[in-house]
Design a protein around this ligand. Structure first.
Ligand code: HEC
Length: 215
């Protein structure tokens, strides 16, 4: 931008040019504005919802989505499920849901693992033992997922923690879509099962693979 170009005048409609005032008068004006509701700020240079605009050919200020773009948090991106409320809140009839609203299959677990590795391992570690890299460098350690309280927690608790945060852990709602929160929750269950699992817990073919690997 040319530094000599005067800056765009972003003055509210109907506002008069500000005159230099003595400090006391400025303070009094500010106090009055606070007490009475500041009309300058009320009348802002922006469109109200659905206000007409001469700028676009169709006369509408609200613009349609640009072709080929996908807004975040768009309900159209959510998977079709029986219970939308569970999908979005982790709650069923006012209590933490005990089951995932999504079918827990290998694809969901793979997705959960991938998202978990991105968003959660820095603190919780790849095993979910709470010894991620950031913790090793001094961040307060999260509990291990194998703590009894968390093993016994309903699945919805993990969805809830990701959505709303927990204690010092912040919310991931802006970064992790609801369906991915359920994928991560399912993967955390797999992490819990993986710790302390016995070979006999595995399906026979995996047991044979394990035996072969030991030889
Ligand atoms: C920046 C570090 C950090 C990241 C990243 C992080 N957490 Fe946490 N998490 C914590 C800390 C610290 C606690 C303990 C908070 C407390 O109790 O005050 C915690 C607690 C938890 C708990 C236990 C809640 C309870 O009931 O005690 C769960 C479950 C959890 N996190 C899941 C996740 C998941 C899933 C992700 C990834 C989406 C994630 N966390 C990402 C730091 C992190």
């Amino acid at each position: 931008m040319n530094p000599n170009t005067p800056r765009a005048q972003a003055r509210p409609r109907g506002a008069t040019a500000p005159r230099p005032r003595p400090l006391a008068a400025a303070v009094a004006a500010a106090l009055m504005a606070a007490a009475t509701g500041c009309t300058d700020m009320y009348d802002q240079p922006r469109y109200e919802a659905y206000e007409a605009s001469p700028l676009f050919a169709d006369g509408a200020s609200a613009r349609p989505l640009v072709a080929g773009t996908v807004p975040r948090e768009d309900a159209r991106n959510l998977p079709a499920v029986e219970d939308r409320e569970v999908l979005l809140t982790g709650m069923k009839d006012g209590r933490l849901a005990t089951q995932s609203p999504l079918a827990v299959d290998a694809a969901l677990l793979a997705r959960g693992r991938q998202r978990y590795d991105i968003y959660c391992t820095p603190c919780h570690g790849q095993l979910g033992d709470g010894r991620g890299v950031i913790v090793q460098r001094g961040f307060s350690p999260p509990p291990s997922y194998t703590e009894r309280r968390l093993v016994e927690a309903p699945l919805g608790h993990f969805f809830d923690v990701i959505t709303n945060g927990h204690g010092t852990m912040y919310s991931f709602a802006a970064r992790v879509a609801p369906q991915d929160r359920w994928a991560i929750a399912a993967y955390i269950r797999a992490l819990q099962l993986s710790q302390g699992a016995k070979p006999a817990d595995l399906p026979p073919e995996d047991q044979r693979t394990l035996e072969g690997a030991g030889k």
